[in-house]
Design a protein around this ligand. Structure first.
Ligand code: UGA
Length: 437
């Protein structure tokens, strides 16, 4: 089967490369000529473990093609996936102008039956709009279906998530469209991945509801962590015991500086906006968003309560990306925390294993260092913001020797409080005011 993927951002490229690995012939389209030129040589514009090898291998096998022209994908493909950006507008709702533009262009080249599939996270009701945009722009009278196939890929483990998903969601009305999509995903069917087949609106909502629920779990445990700090309880034990209840589950109950990235902040806002348009209250999602914003600022307060006034204090920050294994800085807690600390006059020196070059474009006046030990030199405090593996086993004695004052803010609870105290650090974490048992 031949398919087309429009948009070679994170979702589009991972999806295209993974389908090619399944043996499908994939044409990936992006209007950015430089990007396409690099992709043809197997150069990936972002960091995602395993993706470069996958892209290179499938280019060699001639199953993965790149082009800047939508026309190149439409004529040969039976299914066309839309994976372009849906950035947030000022009011938090998703901006669909790229999706609209792409649909109109696909339509002008359609000369036989196609399934048009949305992979981008789009508001409920977009499927209907797509049908409309395409119908109006068709040059020939051809039959087509619109389907929704939301992605559940996490940055940093996207290939694994694609190859071994918890479920595949297909929203479509016609049996033909469902059969084509099921056929595409046949390798996953064979490993008994659950398939949820539903209508387009339900599929669209599943994505927002899933991301918002995960974000809610994080905000919930962050509030419980703050309470743990106040009453002398240990949030890790609370989360572990909660997670042992199968109705709750152990995942996404790790406290920290709040969720970031390109998905949770955007999708929770968009869901809230959609509910408002329909005059439905989503109080829990609303509280989740507010709690998340508060959590980032509480981290700054934590640092200030020990170090204030911050003027001329040197603060060493470990980790800049919104989570490990990605160079993505969108809505990264580190960017917010660093900006607030610098506003109050602190001198920030920082290191990230992968995101430093990207951070240079976003954060002015930060002194970027080559490793954690350089970050520690003469610092009044270390703040661990992103739990990269290389920060899990630091030579703490070396860090202690390098710093000016042994204040250690571990915003991801990587280290054992008791051991840190034994080493002579003033150690602060999130929700573990008592020693771990
Ligand atoms: C998220 C979802 O997990 C994917 O299923 C979804 O497909 C994707 O959004 C999307 O909509 O495209 P992602 O944003 O890559 O994936 O990252 P996550 O691993 O979900 O982490 C999101 C944020 O939550 C990070 O800032 C992370 O540090 C934070 N987090 C996660 C916590 O603070 N605590 C936790 O227990 C888990």
């Amino acid at each position: 089967m031949h398919i087309g993927i429009i948009g070679t951002g994170y979702v589009g490229l991972v999806t295209g490369a993974c389908f090619a690995e399944f043996g499908v012939y994939v044409t990936c389209i992006d209007r950015d000529e430089r990007k396409i030129k690099s992709l043809k040589r197997g150069i990936i514009p972002f960091y995602e473990p395993g993706l470069e090898e996958l892209v290179k291998r499938n280019i060699e096998k001639e199953r993965l093609l790149f082009s800047t022209k939508i026309k190149d994908a439409v004529s040969t493909s039976l299914a066309i996936f839309i994976a372009v950006g849906t950035p947030p507008r000022g009011d938090g709702s998703a901006d669909l102008s790229y999706v609209e533009e792409v649909c109109k262009e696909i339509a002008t080249h359609m000369d036989s039956y196609k399934v048009i599939v949305t992979k981008s996270t789009v508001p409920v009701g977009t499927g209907k709009k797509i049908k409309n945009w395409i119908s109006k722009s068709l040059k020939k009278k051809v039959d087509f279906d619109v389907a929704s196939n939301p992605e559940f890929l996490r940055e940093g483990s996207a290939i694994e998530d694609f190859m071994r998903p918890d479920r595949v969601v297909i929203g479509a009305e016609s049996p033909q469209a469902i059969a084509i999509l099921k056929d595409l995903y046949r390798p996953l069917y064979l490993i008994e991945t659950p398939f949820v087949i539903t209508n387009v609106e339900t599929a669209e909502l599943i994505k927002y509801a899933s991301n918002s629920f995960l974000a809610t779990k994080i905000s919930f445990i962050n509030e419980i962590a703050n309470l743990c700090d106040a009453v002398g309880a240990d949030v890790h034990v609370v989360a572990k015991a909660m997670g042992l209840d199968k109705r709750i589950g152990p995942k996404f109950l790790h406290p920290g500086p709040g969720y970031g990235g390109s998905c949770f902040p955007k999708d929770t806002m968009a869901l809230l906006q959609l509910a408002r348009q329909h005059k439905v209250e989503l109080n829990i999602v609303d509280a989740t968003i507010r709690t998340n914003q508060k959590q980032r600022s509480l981290m700054v307060e934590k640092i200030k309560s020990r170090l204030a006034p911050l003027k001329d204090k040197v603060i060493g920050v470990l980790g800049l990306s919104f989570k490990p294994n990605t160079n993505d800085l969108r809505e990264a807690p580190a960017v917010y925390i660093i900006s607030r600390l610098m506003e109050e006059g602190a001198v920030v020196q920082a290191y990230d294993p992968v995101a430093t070059d990207d951070a240079k474009r976003v954060l002015n006046n930060v002194k970027f260092k080559k490793n954690a030990y350089e970050v520690a030199r003469n610092a009044h405090a270390i703040v661990l913001v992103t739990e990269w593996n290389e920060f899990r086993n630091l030579d703490l004695k070396r860090i202690k020797k390098a710093v000016k004052e042994p204040n250690f803010f571990d915003l991801r609870n990587v280290y054992d409080p008791e051991r840190m105290q034994e080493l002579g650090f003033n150690y602060y974490s999130v929700g573990r005011s008592i020693k771990s048992q």
